[in-house]
Design a protein around this ligand. Structure first.
Ligand code: ACM
Length: 268
């Protein structure tokens, strides 16, 4: 199947410009699954609640979601995107899976990073996997996690144990660790991972924040199938065989799932 990411610098506060950029960058490309960065509609660095209210939207009927729906339909492809979500009087740092048949599924970031705690309610939905239909590959299970979720190995592990073959990872990374750490998340779970990071800076009068680009796609063996540029907008699509992820063997005698010694794990 054809899977990949779109890396760009969302314009803070301009969801319409961001959707235009996404449509332009996808151009004539063909793909079955595309992952976009975290908060791709709004940008990252909020100054006040008014901004957050104006830039967030309800799922599934908001403008950004509707635009993703038509892109998904036009491309006959599944799209995962970070989105600034408003639900009642709460705000979530969320991602959506938009399928070509019009179905939309939501994940809300469970591990909020730093000042995100000021703006967002921590995710209140279970980590789940979703079956997508892909021409030539049949039904594929994917999971979603968002940016800083990577540092809690339980997140990717839970998705993998629930059958995820591909972990879609919209991100706004500010540190340098994640791109290297995703080697371990992919290898320890034998899954594909697609980290779609953003580039550039969000600048406000009282400070700014820079993002590290270098989106990465890893194989279940921990191979870097693609590493993106630091600064450029890019839409990178590669061919992967998701069935490879169902084999959890490291060697003939070790199976990553069957060899787990759950009685020794006290993680609550
Ligand atoms: C992050 O979670 N956006 C660093």
């Amino acid at each position: 199947m054809k899977a990949g990411y779109l890396q760009f610098k969302p314009v803070f506060g301009d969801p319409e410009a961001n959707i235009k950029k996404i449509i332009k960058l996808t151009g004539r490309k063909k793909f079955d699954l595309l992952v976009l960065p975290e908060l791709a509609n709004s940008g990252y660095l909020f100054s006040d609640k008014k901004e957050l209210t104006e830039l967030s939207e309800e799922i599934p009927d908001g403008k950004f979601c509707s635009a993703l729906k038509s892109l998904s339909r036009n491309k006959n492809a599944n799209i995962v995107s970070g989105i600034c979500e408003r639900s009642g009087n709460k705000f979530f740092n969320s991602s959506v899976l938009v399928c070509p048949d019009g179905k939309i599924f939501t994940y809300r970031k469970i591990h909020l990073f730093n000042t995100e705690k000021k703006w967002f309610t921590p995710g209140d939905l279970p980590l789940k996997t979703y079956e997508i239909t892909v021409r030539g590959s049949g039904k594929i299970k994917i999971g979603m996690m968002i940016c800083f979720d990577w540092i809690f190995p339980e997140t990717a592990r839970t998705l993998a144990l629930k059958g995820a073959q591909i972990i879609c990872h919209p991100s706004n990374l500010v540190m340098q660790y994640c791109q290297r750490a995703m080697f371990t998340r992919a290898l320890e779970n034998h899954v594909f991972t697609i980290t779609a990071n953003r580039t550039g800076k969000d600048i406000k009068k009282d400070g700014g924040i820079s993002f590290t680009g270098m989106s990465v796609i890893l194989s279940p063996k921990g191979e870097y199938l693609h590493t993106g540029s630091k600064n450029r907008d890019e839409c990178v699509i590669i061919e992967i065989d998701p069935s490879v992820s169902t084999d959890k063997k490291i060697n003939p005698k070790n199976d990553l799932y069957k060899d787990r010694r759950k009685m020794f794990y006290r993680i609550h």
